[in-house]
Design a protein around this ligand. Structure first.
Ligand code: SF4
Length: 493
């Protein structure tokens, strides 16, 4: 079969921060389909400026996150009009099959991990032709026109180990185009050594995307082979290990570090961890530093214990500070991430978070607004508060649902205040003088300007597909007046 796979462009905030990375999940699917013998092409619309026609493809597959969804629908519409079958995959559609598949130009949705199910689907389409029966394809969702029903076929078991999959088909994209993204001075690209996470934070869709919060990994030796391959084949001296939670199994990371050191690899790497795991295993941090770990992302989320508990973070406030200090002592930079705007947060709570971030004084900090992404627990519990169902606005920099105590514009202003007060050149003059990536004033200015533009931007809705959400009034005062009495009664019961 001739198959085209498309990744919509990344959010403009990534461009402002000079972060452009390959669509790794899509490249994993492409690798599997190529191994099956299909003729596969990939368009990463972040940089792609070639032909936008769809002539001659048997299937057009599109991946998307929540804010990319409207653009994914546009590609599906155009491809369908050109006579192609269309398939959408990714986290967002995994949890919105009912509305997605009622659009006449979306033929299939693959839920959860895409490689195996897409492989089975393409084989069946190829071999069965007009006798194709969608009921036989696990993890497939489709629209049964006779019954007027969206059908979610049973889920295929998640892959046993990531090593069972062919490597991502990076040769199908222009790997040079991503070299603007740097880790320190080195160009950096992405890979994974595991999938899944055993934790269950309420704002995160990783636990529900993979069945039973299952965590799967790769052999350390295979992961380091891929690091070496990226360096030798494409000249990437930096690797972003974009595992959902790299340090889930501490022994495995010791093995990974030992393998890097034994081979004498000169590679800088980035990973996502949890503060509590690092604090519990200081020897691991030492080993990571020795093996080239340059920057570690820590989701510290909030400067308030009650907010951490509400989000089921299972971590105490002081653990964040201990982890940042431990990383600092070992020469690893920390990127701390915070979320503001939990339903009941007050202005004081948000200010606590901003002050907390400043007190820790990590190398970098990232701030976002709580956004109820489909598939998360926060999505389910906040549906009655949602006033914006334009998915393009679900970027983490816009308010899309009402809070008890604060109107949306106050929360959006707080994000700008957070960035400005954390990166204020007067406060961080030592780092600014060294022009360290991430504290560069020009980059900070670009991020703040992009945030302002995003706030003012009116993004047209592609299709009113989410009519099943009864939107509330977008005016906070009106919403509060009508919502407050019922909330008080509910709280008293
Ligand atoms: S936020 Fe991190 S620790 Fe929490 S569930 Fe998601 S991946 Fe796991």
């Amino acid at each position: 079969m001739k198959i085209l796979l498309i990744s919509p462009p990344l959010n403009s905030l990534y461009h402002a921060a000079s972060i452009i990375i390959p669509p790794l999940g899509l490249l994993y699917v492409a690798g599997k389909l190529e191994a099956d013998g299909h003729d596969v092409e990939v368009r990463d619309m972040t940089y792609y400026d070639g032909s936008e026609t769809y002539d001659g493809y048997d299937l057009v597959g599109i991946t998307c996150t929540t804010p990319q969804y409207p653009e994914a629908l546009q590609y599906a519409k155009d491809a369908h009009a050109s006579g192609c079958r269309t398939l959408i995959g990714g986290t967002h559609v995994t949890f919105t099959t009912e509305t997605t598949l009622r659009l006449p130009y979306v033929d299939f949705v693959v839920r959860g991990e895409g490689e195996q199910a897409t492989s089975i689907l393409c084989k069946a389409l190829d071999e069965e032709g007009s006798r194709f029966d969608p009921r036989k394809i696990p993890s497939l969702s489709w629209y049964d026109a006779d019954a007027d029903l969206v059908v979610d076929n049973p889920q295929i078991p998640d892959i046993g180990t990531v090593d069972d999959l062919p490597r991502p088909a990076r040769h199908l994209v222009d790997m040079e185009a991503y070299k603007v993204t740097k880790l320190g001075p080195r160009p950096v690209t992405t890979m994974i050594t595991s999938r899944g996470c055993p934790y269950n934070c309420t704002f995160c869709s990783v636990p529900t995307l993979y069945q039973k919060r299952k965590w799967r990994s790769r052999e350390a030796v295979n992961a380091v082979d891929e690091m070496e391959y990226l360096e030798q084949t494409y000249g990437y001296g930096g690797v972003l290990l974009v595992d959902d939670l790299l340090t889930t199994n501490v022994d495995r990371i010791h093995e990974l570090c030992a393998e890097i050191i034994e081979r004498g690899l000169d590679i800088s790497w980035w990973c996502q961890s949890r503060a509590d795991i690092l604090v519990k295993h200081p020897g691991l941090v030492e080993h990571m530093a020795e093996a080239g770990c340059y920057l570690t992302f820590l989701g510290l989320e909030s400067g308030n214990e009650h907010v951490l508990a509400h989000w089921n973070k299972k971590m105490k406030l002081d653990t964040g500070g201990q982890a940042v200090e431990l990383l600092r002592q070992n020469g690893i930079k920390a990127l701390t991430a915070f979320i503001i705007g939990m339903e009941q947060e007050t202005e004081e709570d948000i200010d606590n978070t901003i002050e907390y971030a400043k007190t820790l004084d990590a190398h970098q900090a990232q701030f976002s607004i709580l956004t109820p992404y489909p598939g998360t627990e926060d999505w389910g519990r906040n549906i009655p508060r949602i006033f914006d169902n334009n998915w393009a606005n679900y970027t983490g920099s816009k308010v899309v649902f009402h809070r008890d105590h604060l109107p949306g514009d106050v929360i959006e202003q707080k994000i700008k205040k957070a960035y400005w007060s954390f990166y204020n050149p007067m406060r961080r003059w030592d780092l600014v003088l060294k022009n360290v990536a991430g504290v560069n004033p020009r980059k900070l200015w670009r991020i703040l300007t992009t945030l302002r533009k995003q706030r003012d931007l009116v993004i047209p809705q592609m299709d009113p597909v989410d009519h099943y959400i009864s939107l509330t009034s977008s005016d906070w005062e009106t919403w509060k007046t009508s919502y407050e009495p019922a909330r008080e009664v509910a709280a008293a019961v």
